[in-house]
Design a protein around this ligand. Structure first.
Ligand code: A3P
Length: 313
């Protein structure tokens, strides 16, 4: 905690501002919660942490990881939104309002119960959370990355579903400027991705790095790989197929709980806002050729040339 630097706030959009912790930007209400996570969270060797940048497929991975670990609990997905099955460390677990404190106590109480695999998720970058994660002798991390154009496209749609967007929509051009500048929640996107990628290259048995696109392309193969990584391999293809189906966009989005216009206690967007199109390259329906070229050039610089990570174009 002693090395945490807080800078001035910066405008996000409308009257919303973001605050910085060590070069990463967050909505103000998240800042104290991140401090709590960094100060108080002690991962157990059996914990599984899902890391992601917002809008990269977190909801999907939550349903998949939950199902892979709790095979006989597939009906939980019918009754619960995946975000209520796998809570965010910095939102629900270490929240600062009453409901979150209760859920934090509840979720963390299984610390005593070594038979239960605790699954958490987080948008906190590895550059901030890495030390905490590495402090546990075994805790496993799964990180999902999505191509930058679809991530921005999804974020833009999502933000425009917020109440405040009714009065002041987040214009696409502004969204792109902010995304490339890094001043979006949990941004900069590129550094966020590279932090977890480096950790995975360094320690592949502890950090599983997967892209939304490869998961879409062959979900079954990657669900099997995840089963092995998480220490619960599959014996039968039928089991894998069942999980792939139960967690598919088409099935998940049609459960009443996921169609709901109600907002969860922990975030001001309705449950149904986590399900939109789920398509690879949907940005092509919204971005101009010029915008695509601009993001691609940025991606080439940040990922390909600077980090040798050939991805995202
Ligand atoms: P789109 O906005 O492109 O449709 P996150 O869960 O990190 O907030 O990411 C949301 C994105 O994942 C949205 O993308 C959403 O539609 C998509 N998504 C949600 N559930 C999914 C599922 N079961 N399979 C594939 N994609 C899913």
């Amino acid at each position: 905690m002693e090395n945490i630097n807080l800078s001035e706030e910066e405008k996000w959009w409308g009257d919303k501002h973001l605050h910085q912790i060590n070069g990463f930007w967050f909505m103000p209400f998240i800042i104290p919660r991140i401090h709590r996570v960094l100060a108080e969270f002690n991962p157990l060797p059996s914990d599984v942490i899902l890391g992601s940048f917002p809008k990269t497929g977190t909801t999907w991975l939550k349903s998949l990881i939950f199902s892979i670990i709790n095979r006989s609990s597939l009906d939980s997905l019918v009754k619960n939104n995946p975000h209520d099955l796998v809570p965010y460390l910095e939102v629900q677990v270490y929240g600062d309002h009453q409901e979150s404190s209760d859920s934090s106590t509840h979720v963390l109480s299984s610390e005593e119960d070594q038979d239960t695999t605790r699954i958490f998720s987080t948008h906190i970058p590895y550059q901030l959370l890495g030390k905490t994660l590495e402090s546990s002798s075994g805790c496993r991390v799964v990180y999902v990355v999505r191509n930058p154009k679809d991530t921005l496209n999804s974020l833009w749609h999502f933000a425009n579903k917020w109440k405040m967007a009714e009065e002041a929509p987040w214009e696409m051009e502004e969204a792109m400027e902010k995304f490339l500048r890094g001043t979006v929640p949990a941004g900069p996107y590129y550094e966020h991705v590279l932090g977890y990628r480096m950790a995975s290259l360094k320690n592949p048995s502890k950090v599983f790095f997967i892209s939304y696109e490869e998961l879409k392309d062959d979900t079954k193969t990657h669900v099997k790989r995840l089963g092995e990584f998480l220490g619960c391999p599959f014996e039968e293809d039928k089991e894998v197929e069942e999980i792939v189906k139960c967690c598919s966009f088409e099935v998940l989005r049609n459960h009443e709980v996921n169609k709901s216009e109600d907002c969860p206690a922990w975030f001001p967007t309705p449950y149904n806002s986590f399900f939109r199109q789920a398509k690879v390259d949907d940005h092509r329906n919204y971005f101009s050729d010029e915008a695509i070229k601009r993001i691609d050039a940025f991606t080439e610089e940040k990922f390909h040339k600077s980090a040798g990570f050939v991805y995202g174009i």
